[in-house]
Design a protein around this ligand. Structure first.
Ligand SMILES: [Ca+2]
Ligand SMILES: [Ca+2]
Length: 185
């Protein structure tokens, strides 16, 4: 049974070395009349809270971190359908030195020009599962408490007492992906 987290909660991912972070969403295209493209990204942070290098910012234009620890499986342009819309694979056996935390965010592509925000997004979730068994370890449904935000930190993986944990964050911001690039680099 997966652990269902609420905002601010955390759970251990146990001894898993290889797992997948699946993120999903549905959108109301009719609200703006334009295509709605949400993007998942991962920032691999050191103890200072900054990315350990530019190449450790994994997103649709940089699909794998140099050591292969974090891999984005590809850009989904619509979010249509149930299940994971974008996925990020993690292999902790390839964790680079100095990486203490992996922050997972979802942002709206060209939100400003398309006049879109997370108030028009529903069914947003992040989940972690074991790809060898498809067993879900932890899931966090973000709920509907967003309005004008264009960037949301879904959660973070962090090192704790020799293992790794996942924390549900669900914090929204203005500024799209650039907001997080500025914050973490
Ligand atoms: Ca996308
Ligand atoms: Ca979807």
């Amino acid at each position: 049974m997966a652990i269902n987290l609420t905002k601010g909660g955390n759970a251990s991912i146990g001894s898993l070395q290889k797992f997948v972070v699946g993120m999903g969403w549905d959108t109301n295209e009719t609200d703006s009349g334009q295509g709605f493209d949400l993007d998942a990204s991962a920032f691999m942070l050191g103890s200072t809270g900054k990315v350990i290098s530019d190449k450790h910012f994994v997103f649709y234009n940089n699909l794998m971190s140099p050591e292969g620890c974090v891999e984005h499986t590809g850009d989904n342009l619509t979010g249509a359908g149930d299940g994971d819309d974008e996925s990020i694979k993690v292999d902790l056996s390839k964790l680079p030195a100095g990486c203490e935390k992996i922050t997972l965010v979802v942002t709206i592509h060209e939100a400003e020009s398309r006049k879109q925000n997370f108030g028009q997004v529903r069914n947003a979730f992040v989940r972690i599962y074991d790809p060898s068994t498809n067993e879900e370890i932890v899931k966090y449904d973000l709920g509907e408490d967003f309005s004008t935000e264009t960037a949301v930190e879904f959660g973070e993986l962090y090192r704790k007492d020799g293992g790794w944990k996942f924390k549900a964050i669900g914090s929204g911001f203005a500024g799209g992906l650039q907001k997080f690039v500025d914050k973490y680099s």
